[in-house]
Design a protein around this ligand. Sequence first.
Ligand SMILES: [Zn+2]
Length: 149
Amino acid sequence: MSKKTPSYLVILCNECNYYFGKHKKSKLNCPRCGSLQNSPQIYGRVDDSNSLHDLVSELNIPEELRSDFKNLNQNNEDINEPNNLIDLIPMMFNETTNSEGELTLVDVEKYVKKKNLKITPRELLEVCEFEGLLIRLHGEKWKVISESL
Ligand SMILES: [Zn+2]
């Protein structure tokens, strides 16, 4: 038994599906919802706090995305609701941008009409700008800010 490396358990909260790290001596309460894990679901085990931190943040981000996708699939009517915009925007980019990654107000108007969205093209573009996904060029033209730039 080595005493040099503390080991942590990575626990999946039974209540809120949040992953968190637990040191041997720390309590079995979820730091997010406070629920005591009577029968903890142990996801894994790491030996230092850095890898614990990395693993926990990695696990929790995809979990949130997954639940968004789940909601999207379960209830297709919700696709038109503004709270699913973040899922919608990449799809819109796929359909509306040209080979330069640019799109115009007219493209977005067509898309909004086609998908019967409850948002105006300008609102949609504003969300994209606010989220840092689009940059406004001259006139009624925008460009997708992609990772490849
Ligand atoms: Zn929890």
